[in-house]
Every structure is written in C-alpha cells, then in structure tokens.
Ligand binder design. Sequence first.
Ligand code: SF4
Length: 434
Amino acid sequence: MSSAGQSQAAPPEARKDLSQVRQKEMIARHFDRLAAAPETGEKCAYTFVPGNLSELLASFGVLPVLPEINSLQSAMRGKSAEYISIAEKLGHSEDVCTYVKSDIGMLKSGNVGPTGQRLPSPDLLLLSYTGCFTFMKWFELLREEYHCPVAMLHVPYQADGRITDAMRKYVVDQLRSKVIPALEAITGRAYDEDRLRACLTLSAQAEDDLVWVLQSARNVPSPIDAYFGAVYYVGPIFSSFRGSQDAVDYYRELRAEIAVRLRLGQGPVTPEGEMGQERFRVVVEGPPNWTSFREFWKMFSDEGAVAVASTYAKVGGVYDLGFRHDPERPLESLAEYCLGCYTNLSLPSRIDLLTRYLREYQADGFLINSVKSCNSFSAGQLHILREVESRSGRPGGFIESDLVDPRYFSAANIKNRLESYFQMLDQKRAGAGR
Ligand code: SF4
C-alpha cells in the first residue's frame, strides 16, 4: 500500500534536519544488511506496510523488505516509468496497480533497491491481508519468481467500524498457527514472547512521539506539513524500524526539533526551505504522487497551503485514535494493529475520521488526491467528498494522479485545479469577513 507511506529517502537537494540525517543512516544500515544477507545468512521476508508485523519479524531476527516502498523509491529516483514499461511488455495491463508493475520491472532488471544494492530473494513472502486484494495477486506473482514459502494472514475487514472479539481471535489464531510456525521454519528459532514484548515496548514509545509530532499541526501556524512532510516522519515507524531502539531515538529527536519550531512560531520546512506565511490549512485524503513529489508539494507551499492532517500518514497505523502496540497483550495487539489499518476501515469510518480532522485541526477545507492505481484508497472517494462536505460545511477539492506512473501526473491540470480551489477558499473567507 499504500500505504503506504512511506518514503524512506528525501528528494534530491531537500534540506535535511538532524532527524532526517539519522533516518538516512538507519536506512543505509538496513539495506547494507539486506545486501549482505546472502553471505551472512540473515533471513528476509517480503511484506507490506499496512498490517506489517515488524516486531514479530524482529523477534526472529528476520529483515523486512517492503515492495511498495521500493516502488515509490523507484519513482522518486525517476526509474518507475522504465520499470512499468517492462512489466507492461510482459503483459501486465495498464489498469494494474503501478506499485506492482514498478516492482516487477525492478525485479526483472536485477532487483536493485533504492540504495543501488541488490536486494536478497525472500526466504518468506509474508502477506498480511489488510483490505487490498492486489496484495494477494502481487505475492502470487512473486511466488512464481521465487518459489519460496508464503504465509498469509487474513485480516477481516472492519465493515461495521469496530473490532470484535471474534475478529481479534481469528487473527491471533492465524498468528499462532500459520505465521509463527513459518518464521520458526525459516529461521530454525523458537518463538520468544519476551523478545516480542521488548520490541512492542519500544514501538509504543516511538508511537507516542509520532502522535505528538502529527498533532503539533493543531497549532496555528502548524510547525509541520502533515501530508508531504509527514511522508518522512512516518517512514521509520511504517517500515522496517518499528520496535527498534533506532526508531525510539529517531522520534525523540524529531519531536525535539518540532518542539523548537513550535516555540519559535515557525511553519513547516519544505524542499525549497522555510515555508512562508500559512494562508490555508487543508486536510488531505489519498496517497501522494511520487514521480513529481517535489513539484506537487511546491504547488501547495507556493500558495501558503499547509496540510494539517492527512489520511495517508495513517496508512501504516492509525495511532492518533489511541492505538498503541501493547507488550502485555503481544499477539492481541498485533492483531488489533492489523485490523485497524486505514485501508481496512469502512467508508463511514473514513468519513468520520476526515470530518474529525477538519474540526480538530481547524482546517479551511480538504483535498482528495485520487490515485488511479489504488482501489483500496480511491473507491468511494466521490461519496466521501460529498459526505464530508455536507457534515463539516467545509469545501472539498478533487484532483487525480497516480502513485508512480508519470503518465498520470498532469502538472498543468493539477496546478490549475489547486489554484482554483485555493482561490475559492480565499473568496469564502473574504465573504465571511475573515
Ligand atoms: S492497490 Fe493500493 S493498497 Fe493495494 S498494493 Fe496498490 S497501492 Fe497498495
């Protein structure tokens, strides 16, 4: 997924805070370990961001590889168009999620990851099924390539907007009977619940700090951009580092940096430097476009528009509603995490969340970036638009692009739509005498 979310590297020339430098080092170390895995014998599992079981993998010493993150990284490095074209020549239709095609193209081009090092083949395909049918088809394709074991964790959809005891038990039973035995088989190690508890303790600490950072956007002006900027903030916790001391240190440092910005009344830092005056506060639904990430962000920052909350920053965990990984209930809390992923939420729950963000973050309006690739995100977004507008009384805007296929990012059209939207917000404000 989208999850997503999930960038692990800054666009070229972006200004870097200390936390970003730390994040870059963490990522470099992780990919070094992956590249060396065939020699060191470390095992790796390919898995997805939403519903990832990082702490369980770490408790077995298994390294995660996240194909969606590799795809978005390929886009940021300008390689996804070539990879998508390779996949399409192999017969993957234009309608297939472009994360999948970018990944298949990368695989067919030598499986060189974002740091320029070759990724190891998976010892396990760990499919945590959280609301995206494409995940299943994607791993069917990878299974044909790698002939390695597959463990599937089926996570029930939260159709009624709540997690029942039966749903939690169903997931925990699968963790015990399918996922843990698969990890024991590839590593030759026995499940160690104390090690898992230790990782979950670290996760909860990092999650507290991440939530503090995201909620700092309730201030006016907001010290962060909670859509574009948040892509960097959520990177470690949504991917390979949840449950590690590295993640705890990263989020502590990030929080301290944002606390300084808040004290000084500063707005977000953008790739172009400090953002000017905050003119508009918007909530954003949907993933960003990665091929023109920087250009897309600039279309907002040039207008003085700050994203104060986004659903994309929740794609790897909706922590701001109170969920924390819990060492006292290790498998149950992993189950609740998977069940609570954003793309596993019903449309009414997503509408509630957006409406709540508009109110709590004092937003002027909301924007939906509907990406062609992702049904998990995009299905129902027009209904969401109408419903959130009518409940909140605040105007919504709708733009269309894609995740990693540059053919679907029409800069002129998107800029035009955004400018009209911000003009409309301005006129409304003038009409209201603000
Ligand atoms: S369809 Fe959406 S959630 Fe599924 S793999 Fe593609 S981007 Fe991720």
